[in-house]
Design a protein around this ligand. Structure first.
Ligand code: DQA
Length: 138
């Protein structure tokens, strides 16, 4: 099965960024471990700080891949365009977050992704991505 992890803005700074919220591990380190843990999955990873590039990637893979694991980061709370892109494609999307956004500021309680996602996993640290992969494997 081919799965694409898409990470949004500032997630390229994992390991450095607010470690008390997001931990000390870089996504590159974690991604290597994920690939070892799920050798049966063709796992790919894309990160961008630019909203349009995230939409472009969803369109690019969204008719062929088995699943998309999307952490749209701050765009989760603002992006009608990313929500529309998810609606437009046929590949199911799981929304993930590292932190439990419902325990944080009120503006993080809104998601334009949740209503169009297959499911939502949040608050388990980087393990949220593991759980999303497992959900696709059934
Ligand atoms: C995040 C939560 C968002 O509110 C925030 O803007 C992020 C990361 C998370 O994974 O916990 O950048 O998506």
């Amino acid at each position: 099965m081919k799965l694409m992890i898409i990470n949004g803005p500032n997630l390229n700074l994992l390991g450095k960024r607010e470690p008390e919220v997001y931990g000390n591990t870089t996504f590159e380190e974690y991604f290597k471990k994920l690939k070892q843990k799920f050798p049966e999955v063709e796992l790919e990873y894309f990160q961008s700080n630019i909203e349009g590039e995230l939409i472009q990637k969803i369109q690019e893979v969204g008719f062929d891949y088995g699943g998309i694991i999307l952490n749209a980061a701050a765009y989760t709370h603002t992006s009608v365009g990313i929500g529309d892109a998810i609606k437009a494609v046929t590949t199911p999307v799981i929304e993930v977050h590292i932190s439990n956004t419902h325990q944080r500021e009120e503006y993080r309680h809104v998601s334009y992704i949740s209503p169009v996602a297959k499911g939502v996993i949040l608050g388990f640290g980087l393990q949220s991505y593991d759980l999303a992969i497992q959900s696709f494997l059934g």
